[in-house]
Design a binder for this molecule. Structure first.
Ligand code: CP
Ligand code: NVA
Length: 338
């Protein structure tokens, strides 16, 4: 594939990229990871300025964009929601025009997918979606890199996501897996079934790739044969008023050792995009423990610390994959003219 297909493009949702392109980004991430481990410089963004816009909080995405930009020779600048005028005194369009005249690339994490799309439309520079309510595309490159590192291939792998079936992670895994030929099962209560429009979109990709997709509330039937068990928080950023109903609804969907055994696959791995509620040591964890009498939510501490768990490998891969995304879309890759 000619790498120039990426130049100048934004990454707003994984659905906008072909199977070859997604595979390229995964393999390029692995290559950059290898360069980093061997201490080989890779300054593909020398002299560029990168804006990091955050309406929601972040550890991994912020840290990954920051270190990736610096490793690529660029200057990252964090613009938090309380630091700039966006939304309060200035429209997305005007902000995009200003930032696009000063920065060479923009990362945005926030609520609305429409905002990240408008930033891309009006800034004139590549925009990377660092998570919205609907999608989390940079996470997909890291996640499937982690799957590939563990199994050596993607096709034919069965990934079972258990938990909230209509959040940004469920949407993204369903569509990314369908593009890549990975079988995706979303195991969630009926009231949290994935948006039918997103399922239809994923089905259209699955027809091409051969991926098998399942949405089901039957835990035992759905987790059997899983190569990957994946979960995410029961309450996403922005919906903190939903703890009581989700705790009630999602307890049968917790990843615990019984569920791991139910897969029947001794070689399976467990992934989590993080942060995770696996104990009560955090402020939220302590509040949940006091209110609902549970010290673990979507994953037990036992599984989180078990030999199946790969969530920290996955977290590290955020940096390598974000580096690949920025370098491919904005980097001086010295691609010869065709
Ligand atoms: N997985 C992820 O996006 O983590 P952060 O919210 O810490 O960025
Ligand atoms: N669904 C989670 C993902 C965090 C990385 C959220 O949006 O809060």
């Amino acid at each position: 594939m000619n790498e120039s297909v990426f130049q100048g493009r934004s990454l707003l949702a994984i659905k906008d990229f072909t199977q070859d392109e997604v595979n390229y980004l995964i393999d390029f991430s692995a290559h950059l990871k290898d360069l980093k481990k061997r201490g080989v410089p890779h300054h593909y963004l020398e002299g560029k300025n990168i804006a990091l816009l955050f309406e929601k909080t972040s550890t991994r995405t912020r840290a990954a964009f920051t270190t990736a930009a610096i490793d690529l020779g660029a200057h990252p600048e964090y613009l938090g929601k309380n630091d700039i005028q966006l939304g309060k005194k200035e429209s997305v369009e005007d902000t995009a025009k200003v930032l696009g005249s000063m920065f060479d690339g923009i990362e945005f994490r926030g609520f609305s997918q429409k905002v990240v799309e408008e930033l891309a439309e009006f800034s004139g520079v590549p925009v990377w979606n660092g998570l919205t309510d609907e999608w989390h595309p940079t996470q997909m490159i890291a996640d499937f890199l982690t799957v590939k590192e563990n199994f050596g291939h993607l096709e034919g792998i069965t990934l079972v996501y258990v938990g909230d079936g209509r959040n940004n992670m469920a949407n993204s895994l369903l569509v990314a897996g369908a593009i890549l030929g990975v079988n995706i099962r979303i195991c969630t209560p009926k009231s949290l079934y994935t948006d039918p429009e997103i399922v239809a979109l994923a089905e259209s990709f699955a027809k091409e790739s051969g991926s098998k997709l399942v949405i089901s509330d039957d835990v035992a039937a759905t987790v059997v044969g899983a190569d990957v068990l994946y979960t995410d928080v029961w309450v996403s950023m922005g919906e903190e008023d939903k703890f009581a109903e989700r705790v009630e609804l999602l307890q049968p969907y917790q990843i615990n050792m019984d569920m791991v055994k139910q897969t029947g696959n001794e070689n399976m791995i467990v992934l989590h995009c993080l942060p995770a509620f696996h104990d009560a040591t955090t402020e939220y964890g302590a509040a949940i423990s006091e209110k609902f009498g549970i010290s673990e939510m979507e994953i037990t501490d036992e599984v989180f610390r078990s030999s199946y768990a790969r969530q920290f490998q996955q977290a590290e891969n955020r940096m390598h994959s974000i580096k690949a995304i920025m370098a491919a879309t904005l980097g001086n890759l010295f691609i010869p003219k065709a």
